[in-house]
Every structure is written in structure tokens, then in C-alpha cells.
Design a protein. Structure first.
Length: 130
């Protein structure tokens, strides 16, 4: 799947966002190593701490279906219908990604492709707890 196809799947997922408080819709498209696609959107709550990001929604859907090996994720976010500005993953989402992905995990945004290590060079992991 090309980066553009993956990004467009994230844009489509953002259309299902429940973001009535912030007005900022986010979609994610997560590709497994064996090319299965899981999408997610942000789901807000009046109690903001209970809000779930699009990236974590996609990861949790995939893991709950038995998938734990991933090759790429695209993230699209916008307060309008224009998804041209990059929507960077938050720290919580980066930590969830680091649980299941290596430093070379592809992260596709509107402005190009990154690696997980670009955003989280010193991640908290099992080795950190020893």
C-alpha cells in the first residue's frame, strides 16, 4: 500500500471522528506486517481525560483482533476539511506505538514519511524497567 493510499484511508477514518468538543477530527490508518488495514478516529468525551486518540483506537482494534506486528501508520487531522497540515502523534500514542513497533516503524503524515525514532528517540520500554 502506498503512502498516499494509506494517508487517504486515514482521511476517510477522520470522517467518523466524534470530536464535538474540540472540533478537531483525526483519523489513523494502521497497516499490519501482513497488509491488513485497521482504521481509527478520535473519540472525545465531556470528561476530556477519557478521550481516545485515533492512533490508539486503530492500535487497540488491531491488537484486540490478534495483530501485533505493524509496518506503517498514517495520521490525518484537521479542524476543517483541509488535511494538508501534518497532525503529529501525541506522547501517549507514541508510547503505545513503541510497545508494538520498532524504531523504524513508518509514520505517514501529510508532509511525508517519518520513523518512530524521529518522534520518540528515547522511548520508555521493557529495558527501561530493568
Amino acid at each position: 500500500m502506498s503512502n498516499e493510499e494509506l494517508f487517504q484511508a486515514a482521511v476517510k477514518a477522520a470522517e467518523r471522528s466524534y470530536s464535538k468538543y474540540s472540533g478537531f477530527s483525526v483519523g489513523a490508518a494502521l497497516l499490519t506486517a501482513d497488509r491488513k488495514l485497521f482504521t481509527g478516529c478520535n473519540i472525545e468525551n465531556a470528561s476530556f481525560s477519557l478521550t481516545n486518540c485515533a492512533e490508539r483506537t486503530a492500535f487497540f482494534k488491531a491488537v484486540s483482533e490478534g495483530y501485533t506486528d505493524f509496518s506503517a501508520i498514517a495520521i490525518a487531522g484537521s479542524g476543517t476539511d483541509d488535511f494538508s497540515k501534518p497532525c503529529f502523534p501525541c506522547g501517549a500514542c507514541l508510547q503505545v506505538m513503541s510497545e508494538f513497533c520498532g524504531n523504524d516503524m513508518r509514520i505517514v503524515l501529510s508532509d511525508g514519511e517519518y520513523k518512530l525514532s524521529d518522534f520518540l528517540p528515547k522511548r520508555f520500554c521493557e529495558e527501561s524497567m530493568k
